[in-house]
Ligand binder design. Structure first.
Ligand SMILES: Nc1ncnc2c1ncn2[C@@H]1O[C@H](COP(=O)(O)OP(=O)(O)O)[C@@H](O)[C@H]1O
Ligand SMILES: [Mg+2]
Length: 332
């Protein structure tokens, strides 16, 4: 496997009049290898967009080492830019142009044969709507048009920042199917998201960012296995008595509604033996596997109070207001 994106120790600080210095990305690492559909997950304000902008040379990093398709970025990014499709700032299209015309203009501007337009419209499932004006498109269709524009140059690497943002479940499903088919065609995909709905289902690898730092990375199944507490849901006639028997046998168990949850179980037959020996017959014994959402919430404390110790710096959450980005000037 060869590295398509490498980021080591990326750091980016913003300075604003109102809020002073803010560390947006704080020593972040990311490794994306060829052929992956890599989910870049983190709550709002955790540093995803800043990371991608730094990677693509749209904002200047304070420090860190980055490569894209083997070339140091941003210095030598132009060498591989023709093989990278990216949608980081959401593109604005002219509503009065058709999808086809929009892509034709972009193809010409990018030196791509216009014959490619029909292919990419096909790829993103907009072929039937190519002659309709963009203003008649749904948000999901506009997102797919944006992906189509990034696909014009037939990239080896596609970077999408929050492609599911604002989409309804059907739109998310369309986006998911699209990414899946791109991956099947050999495109490496990096997709950021703060929503763990359906996007997670297409990623084989994930990197989770919280407050500018990496808190987890790896294959989705490995990240999940690392957070498996080996819990089982157990149904028996007398849950309270079952909990006492399991405690006496040295296991951790709590009543949960009409059932009980036993933790730290290596071998579940122990549970049925301990209970069965006392005449309590187990009606159900189900492993409780963590899902990406619960791991994400545990690691990032994204919603509501979290008992998880802070793994990352305690910088204040983003606030609205005028900010000065030293690289970009004043933002309203
Ligand atoms: N242009 C900017 N000027 C000042 N602060 C910024 C700017 N862009 C992002 N930030 C801050 O950096 C942090 C990370 O933001 P961002 O990278 O947009 O996060 P995400 O994409 O994960 O939502 C936030 O605290 C945000 O307010
Ligand atoms: Mg963002």
């Amino acid at each position: 496997m060869s590295a398509v994106i490498e980021i080591e120790g990326l750091r980016k600080t913003f300075h604003s009049l109102r809020n002073g210095r803010r560390v947006a990305v704080d020593g972040f690492d990311l490794l994306v290898e060829a052929g992956q559909v890599h989910g870049f997950l983190g709550p709002n304000g955790s540093g995803k967009t800043t990371t991608l902008r730094a990677l693509l040379g749209l904002v200047r990093a304070d420090s860190g080492r980055m490569t894209v398709l083997g070339e140091p970025s941003p210095e030598l990014l132009p060498r591989v830019a023709g093989q990278v499709g990216a949608i980081v700032e959401s593109p604005q299209f002219f509503g009065n142009f058709t999808g086809h015309r929009t892509l034709r203009l972009l193809a010409r501007a990018g030196g791509v044969p216009v014959s490619r337009v029909d292919q990419v419209l096909d790829l993103v499932g907009l072929h039937d709507r190519g002659d309709d004006r963009v203003k008649s498109y749904s948000l999901g269709m506009k997102q797919r048009l944006a992906v189509a524009s990034a696909l014009l140059k037939d990239p080896r690497l596609l970077i999408l920042d929050e492609p599911a943002n604002g989409l309804d479940p059907a739109g998310i499903r369309e986006m998911r199917d699209l990414m899946r088919s791109l991956a099947a065609n050999g495109v490496t995909v990096l997709v950021s998201s703060h929503i763990l709905g359906e996007i997670q289902l297409i990623c084989d690898h994930v990197t989770i960012i919280s407050r500018g730092r990496r808190v987890a990375a790896g294959r989705v199944d490995e990240v999940l296995a690392g957070h498996d507490r080996h819990e089982f849901l157990v149904r028996v006639a007398e849950p309270e008595r079952a909990v006492e028997l399991l405690h006496a046998a040295g296991l951790t168990a709590v009543v949960d509604g009409e059932a009980l949850v036993v933790s730290g179980v290596g071998d579940p037959t122990v549970v049925s033996r301990v209970l069965g020996e006392q005449g309590l017959w187990v009606g159900e014994l189900t492993p409780l596997r963590p899902d990406l959402e619960s791991v994400f919430l545990e690691l990032t404390g994204a919603y509501g109070p979290s008992s998880v110790p802070r793994q990352v710096d305690d910088s204040s959450p983003p606030r609205d207001g005028a900010v000065i980005d030293l690289d970009r000037g004043v933002d309203a």
